[in-house]
Ligand binder design. Structure first.
Ligand code: UDP
Ligand code: MG
Length: 160
């Protein structure tokens, strides 16, 4: 079946989600991927990756003047991360809700940070904060050819 409206539409957004080094070390990769997968978003990119310092600094460039910036860069480069690109209608804001507040103690139970973390400096996951940053970050972390376009078998059962 060809369902073009389920594939390409103005509303379809992309977001960059990353399991941070603490999430990888704590064995939470499957759990975190599962939250987005079960919600019904489409995975278009996935890799385990040791982030170089320059990339971490570029990714978090808006936070460069903040006092925690050096510690943040150490944290993100301290071990492998899991890089993901997810696609869907409203995926950027929805992923931020699934992730929860930056401070895990303020994050609602049921969110990833609310359920799985206790400190801002070890908050297990990243999610883009706007559709523009979603595109920017996917471009930073993935090379062309690392992303896949595909139609999930469940597509017609997720959206009418
Ligand atoms: N961060 C930190 N201390 C702070 C604020 C942020 O260590 O006081 C870290 C934390 O890992 C956070 C990341 O910097 O996830 C990016 O900060 P941002 O405000 O963009 O939060 P997010 O978008 O990840 O919720
Ligand atoms: Mg942010």
């Amino acid at each position: 079946i060809f369902l073009p409206h389920l594939v390409a539409s103005m509303e379809v957004e992309e977001t960059y989600i990353m399991v941070k080094p603490d999430g990888v070390q704590r064995g939470l990769v499957g759990e975190i991927i599962s939250r987005f997968e079960k919600k019904g978003f489409k995975l278009t990119g996935l890799k385990l990756f040791q982030c170089p310092k320059e990339l971490a600094e570029e990714h978090y460039k808006d936070l460069k003047s903040r006092p925690f910036f050096p510690k943040l860069i150490n944290y993100i480069t301290s071990g492998p991360v899991v890089c993901m690109a997810w696609e869907g209608v409203g995926v950027v804001a929805s992923a931020r809700k699934l992730i929860g507040s930056t401070d895990p103690l303020q994050a609602e139970p049921g969110t990833i940070r609310g359920d799985l973390a206790v400190q801002t400096g070890r908050n297990v996951v990243h999610g883009s904060d706007s559709p523009e940053n979603g595109k920017r970050e996917i471009g930073l972390w993935f090379k062309e050819g690392e992303l896949c376009q595909w139609i999930p078998a469940q597509a017609p059962w997720l959206r009418e």
